[in-house]
Design a protein around this ligand. Structure first.
Ligand SMILES: C[S@@+](CC[C@H](N)C(=O)[O-])C[C@H]1O[C@@H](n2cnc3c(N)ncnc32)[C@H](O)[C@@H]1O
Length: 241
């Protein structure tokens, strides 16, 4: 695993406290695209992290098992979800039995895998007719202040070109749906959420602190009551294998 893929471990509590969840409509879309209800489904949630998606899958009635490579994230998962089983491992080498799962989910985690390995592994552990679902909570850049914030991030991290996500080959056709949703949180929580992203986790404290001082100064006048509405588009892609 790369330094950036491991970066979440030192910030697991920050991550668990501030990262957004996922709306019910996302799970409705997963059920529609996978062609089966989550209730009673045998699901492996890979790259489970602190369990944000895993807990919601369990609430929908799935028999869910978490898979997580990172020490810090797995420890936070065990602390906050003591009733859900978790095994250590990653998407490139799943510690799971062949043909044992109806659904594999990757909530903001597929991009950390090596598709040359994670695609055959997904095929191996899914039963015939099982499904792979992957999703990301993207910020809604149709909202002007969010588009401006994203542009500042691109400039700061010198991101070149479009960040287009490529869906893996070798799993058949993916179908993609987008679900918009929002949450209202304090400006402090909004900034803490931003700071829990891997790009900042590997940046170092001084540069991160300087960036957030500037960001706070820009956002304060936009949100005089200190409440921010974060708007998201969850892009979910599902392939039935
Ligand atoms: C952005 S977090 C997502 C956590 C959680 N699924 C959620 O929705 O909040 C990405 C997670 O992927 C894990 N990860 C890193 N490399 C991985 C790999 N090769 N396979 C699976 N998970 C990986 C990280 O340890 C981290 O917990």
């Amino acid at each position: 695993m790369t330094t950036r893929a491991r970066s979440f471990d030192a910030a697991a509590a920050l991550y668990a406290a501030h990262r957004p969840g996922y709306p019910p409509a996302l799970f409705d879309a997963v059920e529609a695209l996978a062609g089966r209800p989550l209730a009673g489904a045998r699901v492996a949630d890979v790259g489970a992290g602190t369990g944000i998606a895993t807990g919601l899958l369990r609430e929908r009635g799935a028999e869910v098992l978490a898979v997580e490579p990172g020490d810090g994230m797995a420890a936070e998962f065990r602390r906050t979800h003591p009733g859900i089983p978790i095994v250590r491992g990653d998407g490139d080498r799943l510690p799971l039995a062949t043909g044992a799962f109806d659904l594999l989910t990757y909530a903001q985690a597929w991009h950390w895998t090596d598709p040359a390995r994670s695609v055959p592994e997904a095929r191996r552990v899914l039963r015939p007719g099982g499904a792979l679902a992957m999703w990301w909570n993207d910020t809604d850049v149709t909202v002007p202040w969010i588009a401006e914030q994203e542009e500042r991030l691109r400039v700061f991290f010198e991101v070149k070109g479009e960040s287009r996500r490529t869906l893996p080959e070798g799993l058949g056709e993916f179908t993609t749906r987008s679900v918009t949703w929002s949450r209202r949180i304090t400006l402090d929580d909004h900034l803490a959420n931003l700071a829990s992203h891997s790009a900042f986790l590997v940046l170092g404290e001084a540069r991160t602190r300087a960036y957030f001082a500037g960001e706070r100064e820009l956002l304060n006048p936009l949100f005089p009551d200190g409440i921010v509405e974060e708007q998201y588009v969850v892009n979910v892609s599902v392939a039935v294998v």
